[in-house]
Design a protein around this ligand. Structure first.
Ligand SMILES: NC(=O)c1ccc[n+]([C@@H]2O[C@H](COP(=O)([O-])OP(=O)(O)OC[C@H]3O[C@@H](n4cnc5c(N)ncnc54)[C@H](OP(=O)(O)O)[C@@H]3O)[C@@H](O)[C@H]2O)c1
Length: 321
C-alpha cells in the first residue's frame, strides 16, 4: 500500500489505518480477543502500517493491551497513535480532563499498556472546556520533547481551537469525523489543515458500518449495539441511507468493487485527507477496507457518486457525534 507523509514530520502512514475502537469490545457485539488479535496482525499482510487507539478505548485500556499482544517484537513496524484527555468517569460516562497532570499520567499508562517507550503520535482526544487549550498543548509539547511521542495531534477541534493549539505546540495531525454523509470539515478545518501542512486522519469513514453496505433494511440492532442511539439508523433516515447504498452498489459493481471498497476509495481521494481510520473487529472487515486502495475511481464514476449523494440530500445534524 502507498504511504503518505504525516504533516510536517518524517512519519509515513498508509491511507487505510486500523481504527482500534471496535476491538475494545464496548459497543461492538461479538468482538473477542482471538478475532481482535487476528485483525491487528492482518495489517502486516495488507500493508497497513498505522493503528489508531486511545487511553479510553476499553474500560481498562483493552484496545491498547490487545495491540501490544498482537504486535510483540514487530511493534517497530507500526505507526501507533493513541489519545489522552478523555476517560470513563465513576458514573460510567465519558469525562474530559485535558489538564497537564492527567495528560502525562494517561500517556505513561498508555505506554505501559502498549509496552513501548514512545508512541508515534499522541492526540488530545477532545478539547476540555475547563482547561485552556494552551495548557493542554504545552503539556503535549513537553511529552514530545521528552521523547514519549514522536508527534502531536488533536481531535474534534474547531479552526479557532486548532489555531490556539498550534501556537503552543507543533501540530502534525488532526482527527475529525468525515464520510460521504458527514462533510462539515470541507468548509473550514480541512482547508485550514491543508494550508498549514497538518495531516487529516478521518474517523467514521464507513459511518459505523452503514457505508459498508452490508446492513439490510430489516436489520435489527442488538441491545448492546451503539448504533441504536443514532437517528440515522432508524425510520425515514435509515431508509434514505439504504436508498443511497443501493445506488452506490450499482456503481461499485460496475467498477468491480464492493460498496465498502468504493466508499474508502472515494474518501482517501478527497483533497487533504491523509488517511482513513477504518474500524474493524474481524480480519475480513479490514481486508475489505484495505481493498479500497490501489485503484482509482474514474471521473464518470465520481460524477455518478456525486449525483447519488445529491439525491440523498444532506442529512441534518442526525449523524453520530
Ligand atoms: N477521535 C475520536 O473522537 C474518534 C471517535 C470515533 C472513532 N475514532 C477512531 O476511528 C475509528 C473508526 O470509527 P468506528 O470504528 O467507530 O467506525 P467505522 O470505521 O465508521 O465503522 C466500523 C464498523 O463498521 C463495520 N465494518 C467495518 N468493515 C466492514 C466490512 N468490510 N463489512 C461490513 N462491516 C464492516 C464494523 O461494524 P460491525 O461489525 O459491528 O457491523 C466496524 O466496527 C475508530 O476505530 C477509532 O480508531 C475516533
Amino acid at each position: 500500500m502507498e504511504l503518505r507523509t504525516l504533516g510536517n514530520t518524517d512519519i509515513r502512514v498508509s491511507p487505510v489505518a486500523l481504527g482500534c475502537w471496535p476491538i475494545a469490545g464496548m459497543t461492538s457485539p461479538g468482538a473477542n480477543d482471538e478475532d481482535s488479535l487476528a485483525t491487528i496482525r492482518a495489517c502486516f499482510e495488507l500493508g497497513i502500517n498505522h493503528l489508531d487507539t486511545a487511553f479510553m478505548y476499553g474500560r481498562a485500556g483493552e484496545s491498547e493491551r490487545l495491540i501490544a499482544r498482537a504486535l510483540g517484537p514487530r511493534r517497530h513496524e507500526m505507526v501507533i497513535a493513541t489519545k489522552g484527555g478523555l476517560h470513563w468517569g465513576p458514573d460510567g460516562n465519558m469525562a474530559h480532563d485535558g489538564s497537564p497532570e492527567t495528560l502525562r499520567r494517561e500517556c505513561e499508562e498508555s505506554l505501559g499498556r502498549l509496552q513501548t517507550d514512545r508512541v508515534d503520535l499522541l492526540y488530545l482526544h477532545a478539547p476540555d472546556a475547563n482547561v485552556p487549550i494552551a495548557e493542554s498543548a504545552g503539556a503535549l509539547k513537553r511529552l514530545m520533547d521528552e521523547g514519549k511521542t514522536r508527534a502531536v495531534g488533536v481531535s474534534n477541534f474547531s479552526v479557532a481551537q486548532l489555531e490556539a493549539f498550534a501556537a503552543e505546540c507543533p501540530l502534525a495531525a488532526f482527527q475529525p469525523p468525515y464520510n460521504m454523509l458527514r462533510r462539515q470539515i470541507e468548509a473550514d478545518t480541512l482547508p485550514w489543515c491543508r494550508e498549514h501542512g497538518v495531516a487529516v486522519l478521518v474517523y467514521w469513514p464507513l459511518l459505523k458500518g452503514l457505508l459498508a453496505g452490508k446492513l439490510g433494511r430489516d436489520h435489527v440492532f442488538a441491545e448492546t449495539d451503539s448504533r441504536r442511539k443514532y437517528t440515522m439508523f432508524h425510520g425515514e433516515h435509515w431508509q434514505k441511507n439504504l436508498d443511497l447504498i443501493d445506488k452506490l452498489r450499482v456503481i461499485a459493481e460496475a467498477a468491480g468493487h464492493t460498496v465498502a471498497e468504493l466508499v474508502i476509495n472515494w474518501t482517501i481521494n478527497q483533497p487533504g485527507v491523509t488517511s482513513t481510520l477504518c474500524g474493524a473487529k474481524r480480519p475480513d472487515q479490514i481486508r475489505e477496507t484495505a481493498a479500497g486502495t490501489g485503484w482509482q475511481l474514474s471521473k464518470d464514476q465520481m460524477t455518478q457518486i456525486d449525483r447519488a449523494l445529491a439525491e440523498r440530500g444532506t442529512p441534518d445534524a442526525e449523524a453520530p457525534v
